[in-house]
Design a protein. Structure first.
Length: 492
């Protein structure tokens, strides 16, 4: 048992409450934010290292044994997701000080941000399906508040779409939880994995599994459940856009992986064709949506939809290699897309718009921006030696090894489309000649996080081998659900 598993939840929660108390003391808030953010990153890295060396760790809140009490579970998948989320959150936090100029906005933004971080970490650590619902609700309330914080008309409209999506997914989630509880009498995921096995052929199990796909598909913005994402991503304050695309829509994919590699293991073959078909449609339609955009943030939003299709494809292979490639893709895409969204926010700050036709000649105004944006473009486009090349190479190789030829062809074709719209956007923004444009230069607070993430995406490419070993180890752990069950249930 590891008491440290509670820290990724307690630290951001305590920080959020403390920041509310210190909302009129800017210097104290700054110190608290800096200490807390670095501490959370350090704790999450330490936990991932401990899990990698010692195996799956659990913590029973209140000392109540599973399945009667609330249990937190840390495996390699949750550890990877928490570290990724911490890196993106740390950069988004730093960026927010340059993005939000008014003290009043920062005083509300930062507590809400740490509430969001609490829900995100809780989602990755909970071992209870109902508490997964609770953590989703914490995230939804935080995102909605952050989205509408600035009071912009478009943001409020997008917030209504987001809350509609949240209410719909919550209702479906509760229906699914009720169905699975009626059948098994438990909500602990490890206990569910044991008790649902004899009922694998029961129609209710397949129906509940489909409901969970609908819930998590909504949160991951898989087509045709992506209706909320373009407006939310394009309207949200830029630090939140980076969080949404970098880590938060991955929460839906995380949940799909968790339930289908633990609870619905016997349904993997049944749903494989469905997953792969959905992945191909999501990849292709998301890319076509991106090609049609003239606004950079909306282009990146549709690109996120397309990239979710790649990740879902790796998951749908239901092989160790495929799942490992999907996890590598989650890491790489999270870093790359967060960098690109933060870069889009710089354009918004410079010229009050992210319409690409309103920009140009950035290579003359800011060489560093041009370089960082170019790194993001080649990374997401899959050009070596960036991490984007390795994330796509591993995924296509896993598909060929498993004889999934149609998804591989679709993925390769969509990669060419992705390269087209990304290079076109870079050319319009950085190379095209424009007259009478404002000469405002991006501030260090805005440019530094973009650079850190861009350089990190290159570093992931150069260090692809150890990262790939980690994701393959996580994949092997996922396909050995007995390890998770034993860690939670003990000798039961």
């Amino acid at each position: 048992m590891s008491q440290h598993l509670i820290l990724p939840i307690l630290v951001p929660l305590g920080t959020a409450i403390l920041l509310l108390l210190l909302r009129f003391i800017p210097l104290a808030r700054l110190v608290v934010i800096a200490i807390a953010a670095v501490s959370i990153l350090g704790v999450n890295i330490s936990l991932l290292s401990s899990i990698y060396k010692q195996g799956i760790q659990t913590y029973q809140l209140g000392g109540w044994p599973a399945p009667f009490g609330i249990v937190l579970v840390g495996d390699l998948l949750s550890g990877i997701m928490m570290v990724l989320g911490s890196i993106i959150a740390l950069c988004a936090l730093f960026y927010s000080f340059g993005y939000l100029k008014e003290e009043g906005q920062q005083a509300i933004f930062h507590p809400l941000f740490f509430f969001l971080w609490t829900g995100t970490n809780g989602t990755f650590l909970t071992g209870d399906i109902f508490n997964l619902f609770v953590m989703f609700e914490i995230m939804l309330m935080s995102i909605y508040s952050l989205l509408t914080l600035l009071g912009d008309k478009k943001q409020i409209e997008a917030g209504l779409k987001l809350i509609s999506m949240g209410l719909l997914s919550s209702a479906i989630f509760l229906a699914a939880v009720g169905g699975i509880y009626a059948l098994t009498g438990t909500l602990n995921m490890a206990d569910l994995a044991i008790k649902i096995k004899p009922h694998a052929d029961h129609p209710l199990v397949s129906a509940v599994a489909m409901l969970f796909i609908g819930v998590f598909g909504l949160k991951a913005a898989m087509i045709p459940l992506h209706f909320w994402l373009p407006d939310v991503h394009s309207s949200a304050p830029t630090p939140i856009s980076a969080m949404l695309s970098g880590i938060l829509i991955k929460v839906g994919i995380y949940a799909i992986i968790r339930v289908f590699c633990l609870i619905f293991v016997d349904l993997q073959a049944t749903f494989q064709t469905f997953f792969l078909t959905l992945a191909c449609i999501t990849m292709f339609m998301g890319a076509l949506g991106a090609v049609a955009q003239t606004d950079l943030k909306r282009l990146l939003a549709y690109s996120s939809v397309s990239q979710i299709g790649y990740i879902l494809m790796g998951v749908g292979f239901f092989t160790v290699a495929g799942m490992g490639a999907a996890l590598f893709y989650i890491i790489s895409h999270g870093i790359i897309k967060a960098s690109l969204f933060l870069a889009a926010g710089i354009l918004k700050k410079m010229r009050s718009t992210t319409e690409m036709s309103e920009h140009g000649d950035m290579i003359q105004h800011s060489r560093m921006f041009t370089i960082f944006f170019f790194i993001g473009v080649i990374s997401l486009g899959g050009i070596p030696p960036s991490s984007g090349f390795f994330m796509k190479f591993q995924l296509l190789k896993a598909g060929l090894d498993g004889a999934f030829y149609i998804p591989v062809v679709v993925a390769f074709t969509v990669s060419l489309i992705t390269l087209f719209y990304l290079f076109q956007s870079w050319q319009k923004i950085c190379l095209s000649k424009q007259k009478d444009l404002p000469q405002t230069l991006p501030s260090f607070k805005l440019l530094a996080p973009v650079g850190v993430l861009a350089i990190l995406s290159l570093a992931l490419g150069l260090a692809a081998s150890p990262i790939s070993e980690l994701t393959q180890a996580a994949s092997q752990q996922l396909f050995s659900p007995e390890l998770y069950i034993k860690a939670v249930m003990g000798s039961m």
